[in-house]
Design a protein around this ligand. Structure first.
Ligand code: PLP
Ligand code: ZN
Length: 397
């Protein structure tokens, strides 16, 4: 057997396209974001969705995000770096039903992913594609979970990982990076400061950077949450999806997934209302949404217990705001104290130790239910993006 017997995934990837200016890029070489003068948009992977594809193919597929391989960007099976990420459960609210009366409310619980968060999806996809493209060193800024996921997937792929993380991140996020063999740099600053240092290091050493939405394939991993929500709803769609928004990859990815499924004819034109939830300390999207703006300002109010939400300005702010408006959704911010309360409430009543980012969604749900924005009869999905076990030093018991 020689290497040219490699098995294809059946991926229908065509190329990468800029949703802002329409420029197209060859996906068989490494790419970042749109290089057209003044554009700088995130690039979207495009697939050939015109050929029919039968849902029945899913029947014998693995219970991981790779079950949707035709709609994923990796071409060769030998490049798929997987530890079972994805196909996470939808878990209904069980004992807090007095808050949810009239609604079916579910957690899409990402806590069981490798490295304890949904970052395993995006990073698993980016590392797989990087392996396919022959990349040897990957660097990323991180608020915590992306660093751990990169360190783990890079270890498995035999790629070197360099991670820049704010000093104020809980110790466990640092320890896991070192345990997985990544080079960890602790930075006196926020994730934006880390991003600048990664860019400098990349320019100097030739590292490939996978900063949120400046690399096209993390989005493709996170989009699988959208496929799963639809499949788990038996090809219907929920009425509302709550998403804790930092860089916004998952929100944009879930929306992209719905589009692709409609183009395949697997769903119709119904869409959920998308709700972006942020930390009060870092709520540029909420302010821009409420102010009717099409882009967000840089906002950093400092430490928040939801470190995944300490993103002063998303690189894809315009896309996030467009998704919120196109979906007739909304945006709101939650205080650290309220997130802490919700972590405890969900632990004690539902038996789930969720991340503060996920806990913010529960408070947001209660607010929107009380205001009447959520109507009786509507079904709701809240994406609990990570495990609370990694945040214990941030939580006041
Ligand atoms: C990274 C992260 C987020 C934010 O995700 P984006 O898709 O970048 O908005 C939310 N929650 C957790 C636990 C995270 O690790
Ligand atoms: Zn462009």
């Amino acid at each position: 057997m020689t290497s040219n017997t490699a098995i294809g995934t059946g991926s229908r990837l065509i190329n990468l396209k800029c949703p802002a200016c329409g420029a197209e890029y060859d996906a068989s070489v490494p790419n970042t974001f749109c290089r057209v003068e003044g554009c700088n948009s995130t690039l979207f992977a495009q697939y050939d969705l015109s050929l029919p594809l039968d849902k029945a193919i899913l029947k014998d597929r693995p219970a991981s995000m790779w079950r949707y391989r035709e709609l994923l960007p990796v071409m060769g099976e030998e490049n798929v770096v997987t530890m079972g990420e994805g196909f996470t459960p939808l878990i209904p609210i069980e004992n807090l039903k007095h808050f949810t009366a009239g609604n079916d409310v579910y957690w899409k619980n990402e806590a069981g992913n490798p490295t304890g968060s949904f970052k395993a999806r995006g990073i698993g996809m980016a590392v797989s594609k990087a392996k396919e493209l022959g990349i040897k060193t990957i660097a990323t800024p991180t608020a915590g979970n992306a660093g751990g996921a990169l360190a783990a997937y890079a270890a498995r792929a035999g790629i070197k990982a360099v991670v820049y993380m704010p000093k104020l991140t809980p110790q466990v996020f640092k320890d896991e990076c070192r345990l997985y063999g990544a080079e960890l740099v602790e930075v006196d600053g926020n994730i934006a400061d880390c991003g600048k240092l990664v860019a400098d290091g990349a320019a100097e050493h030739g590292w490939f950077q996978i900063s949120t939405l400046k690399e096209p394939y993390r989005l493709e991993g996170k989009k699988t949450m959208g496929f799963e929500i639809v499949e788990q709803f038996n090809w219907q769609l929920p009425d509302v999806v709550f998403y804790p928004t930092g860089g916004g990859t998952g929100l944009i990815g879930i929306w992209k997934a719905f589009d692709e499924l409609e183009q395949l004819g697997w769903i119709g034109s119904k869409r959920p209302r998308m709700v972006a939830v942020q930390s009060e300390s870092c709520d540029g999207i909420v302010t821009a949404f409420n102010g009717g703006q099409s882009s967000a300002e840089f906002v950093d109010g400092g430490f928040t217990i939801a470190n995944g939400l300490r993103v002063p300005k998303s690189f894809a702010d315009k896309v996030i705001l467009k998704v919120l408006r196109d979906s007739k959704g909304t945006a709101l911010s939650i205080s650290d104290a309220d997130m802490n309360t919700a972590v405890k409430e969900i632990a004690r009543k539902e038996g789930m130790l969720i991340a503060p980012e996920g806990a913010a969604l529960w408070q947001a749900y209660k607010k929107l239910k009380a205001s009447g924005w959520i109507q009786p009869g509507e079904s709701v999905v809240m994406v609990n993006t990570g495990s609370g076990y990694k945040y214990l030093e941030n939580i006041t018991i």
